[in-house]
Write a protein that binds this ligand. Structure first.
Ligand code: NDP
Length: 646
């Protein structure tokens, strides 16, 4: 969402003329009062320790990342092999990379995956209610190749895992997989021009290329709360759900909790989906909230197979482009997805379009420009752009549209939740895209259950964990089980999150190289790490439909490896010039979003409130559609400009 405000550059002109004043009157709320309230709510959550408020899941805490979905005791012979491409990670990114390599005839690859099967995020996150609220017709990649028909507009975890199996079968990926295997190090050997890849199964692999597709939200995080290790009851993180303890499955029916008092810590997108199931099953449920999520309408629907069958070739690409275009305010003829996401963005940008100045007004500015000093200072094009943006006051329009939307979301809490104080505590006071918007039709009503208590910590978080339970404001909540819905590491060191170190030319590690901020070319290459390819959102195009980004990255990867093959190249490395320029681009584009992020309540979207201390750590601020078309043009040039091939 960091690209949100780059819309300034994208709005098309020529809409109907309306007076700005109409938009700012008869609102039914006071924008200044809301602005103050948002600031107060942000300020009470700002903290010095940023990402250090969380502890790493290692040592005493490593049990939180044990795999509960496989039989313990797996072992296999270690392997000693020379392989063309090692892909680290068997989630959608790794699978797509493998699929695209197969398509261009590169079959000598292995996918190394720590889980017991493919699926990545969806392998680990099987908590009850786990589902995706990005429309399945855009979220599931390769639908036109697999002919799979998702059952509903919004899919769930079991169907997504099933779909991963479909892709794996179509591209025969299991035969290239090393499952239940963790990479522990990758090291470049200049002499042989190969990467040495070591694993926890004592494998000794030499690889020409390594693709790092280890997932942006793969490392669970735990809050560094006093006493967290003293608790004697049962405990786990949502991404390693313990069904042996709770009973049931991803669809719910947690019969094991019927006589249990349960605490869940955190109320982000994950908690929003599992709380209704916990509320329905537990004897007592305490939901510890630091910041409420925004809960919009979900409105899931069954897929019409005739509709799916009637789609023309290329429909999925068109639909994904259409969806992501709406997310950045780029003009589209029609809203194909037409759901809570697109409605939210249409709402944000519609006020802007209504205010667009007519062509005669732009003409007049151009004509009278020479009378203005700015005209000479800025030059013709920038002068007219400035006049247009001043006139439209875009950011104010968007803020008002956002206030309206969030007033609706807050009103929903009042409509659904019976207890007035609870309803009030569930109201989010920040702009909708400061945090991950949620869409759910049973979450709010769960708080009407007699066995469910919301413990609103008003931005502070819980105080302490004891042998018996959780303490907040002097009250100890004794529970049989604590579930951490506290999310995943985002802003920490790359290797810490990946779980392995990467050593490039002259033994320099990626942690050393990126200690003061990311440095890549197109987000995928980093000088000093030849033949290594990084998948992920950093310095790249970030989409709400994350699988779309991964798909584009896999197409890009296949293009580069295909070209390298054609040219008989053995070593691919970003040039110093290309990398420096790309970092500059990322920093410049990040400025467009800095103001928005600074005003946001803290969370992983804005580096826990420490905005832009390293602006190069952003995603591509021009938005994904602009990024993808930049990459497409780069590929069309065909000369791999910016890469040194030897
Ligand atoms: P999040 O990081 O979004 O949420 C973590 C939660 O833990 C927040 O509510 C946070 O509060 C809270 N928390 C952290 N520390 C404490 C503390 N000391 N005391 C009390 N509460 C605390 O993680 P999620 O797993 O919910 O979601 C991660 C991402 O995964 C989402 O943003 C989304 O991208 C994706 N996802 C998508 C889904 C979908 O498609 N519907 C479903 C689930 C996840 P605070 O907000 O104050 O920091």
């Amino acid at each position: 969402m960091f690209y949100l405000l780059s819309v300034r550059e994208k709005v098309t002109f020529g809409g109907t003329m309306a007076e700005a004043t109409d938009t700012f009157t008869n609102l039914g709320f006071d924008p200044d009062a809301l602005r103050n309230k948002y600031r107060e709510e942000r300020d009470k959550r700002l903290r010095q320790d940023g990402n250090d408020q969380y502890i790493e899941v290692k040592g005493d805490f490593s049990r939180y990342v044990d795999d509960p979905y496989v039989e313990p005791g797996f072992s296999r012979e270690s392997i000693d092999a020379e392989i063309e491409v090692i892909i680290i990670g068997g989630g959608f990114g790794g699978m797509l990379a493998a699929a695209r390599l197969r398509e261009i005839g590169i079959d000598d690859f292995r996918i190394i995956e720590k889980g017991g099967d493919f699926g990545g995020t969806w392998y680990w996150n099987r908590y009850p209610g786990a589902s995706c609220d990005i429309e399945s017709y855009v979220y599931f990649p390769l639908l036109e190749k697999t002919d799979f028909v998702p059952k509903q507009k919004y899919t769930n975890a079991p169907e997504t895992l099933e779909y991963c199996g479909v892709i794996a079968e179509k591209y025969s990926l299991h035969e290239n997989a090393l499952l239940q295997t963790e990479v522990i190090a990758t090291e470049w050997d200049e002499e042989s021009g190969r990467w040495k890849v070591s694993t926890n199964r004592a494998d000794n692999i030499s690889a020409k290329y390594v693709v790092h597709s280890n997932g942006p939200l793969n490392r669970p995080k735990l809050p560094a709360i006093r006493g967290i290790n003293d608790y004697k009851g049962h405990t786990f993180h949502t991404s390693r759900w313990d069904y042996a303890y709770t009973g049931g499955d991803s669809h719910g029916n947690l019969s094991g909790l019927a006589d249990k008092k349960v605490a869940i810590i955190g109320t982000g997108a994950t908690a929003v989906q599992c709380v209704p199931h916990l509320g329905a099953a537990a004897k007592e449920l305490y939901v510890f909230q630091r910041t409420p999520s925004s809960i919009d309408v979900r409105n899931n629907q069954a897929t019409d197979p005739n509709w799916m069958a009637s789609q023309q070739n290329g429909w999925q690409d068109e639909r994904r482009k259409n969806f992501e275009s709406l997310m950045v305010g780029a003009p589209v003829k029609e809203d194909l997805v037409n759901d809570g996401w697109t409605e939210a963005f249409r709402n944000l940008f519609s006020g802007v379009r209504d205010l667009a100045p007519s062509k005669w007004r732009i003409g007049l500015w151009a004509l009278l420009g020479p009378l203005n000093r700015d005209f000479y200072r800025l030059g013709f094009k920038q002068y007219v752009t400035k006049k247009v943006t001043d006139y439209m006051d875009l950011s104010r329009q968007m803020e008002i549209a956002d206030f309206k939307k969030m007033e609706g979301i807050r009103a929903r809490a009042d409509e659904v939740v019976n207890d007035k104080d609870t309803a009030e505590a569930l109201k989010p006071y920040y702009r909708q895209f400061c945090k991950r918007p949620c869409f759910h039709d049973e979450y709010l009503s769960t708080f009407n259950r007699a066995n469910v208590t919301l413990v609103h910590t008003d931005g502070r978080g819980i105080d302490e964990i004891t042998e018996n339970g959780v303490i907040f404001e002097g009250t100890e909540y004794e529970v049989d089980c604590i579930i951490f819905a506290t999310g995943f590491e985002v802003g920490t060191d790359y290797s810490r999150r990946a779980g392995y170190q990467i050593r490039g030319v002259d033994g320099k590690s990626i942690s050393e190289k990126w200690a003061d901020g990311l440095s890549t070319f197109h987000g995928m290459h980093s000088r000093g790490f030849p033949n290594a390819f990084f998948f992920g959102p950093a310095q790249s195009g970030f989409t709400a439909t994350y699988t779309y980004s991964l798909d584009e990255q896999s197409v890009h990867l296949a293009h580069i490896l295909g070209k390298a093959r054609e040219r008989g190249a053995n070593r691919i490395e970003a040039s110093e010039r290309a990398e420096t320029e790309w970092v500059k681009t990322i920093i410049e584009k990040a400025r467009l979003t800095a103001d928005f992020q600074e005003k946001c309540t803290p969370g992983y979207y804005n580096n826990e409130g420490n905005v832009n201390t390293k602006p190069q750590n952003n995603t591509y601020g021009g938005g994904p559609i602009e990024f993808f078309s930049l990459m497409e043009k780069w590929r069309e040039q065909g000369n791999l400009d910016g890469l040194e091939l030897t």
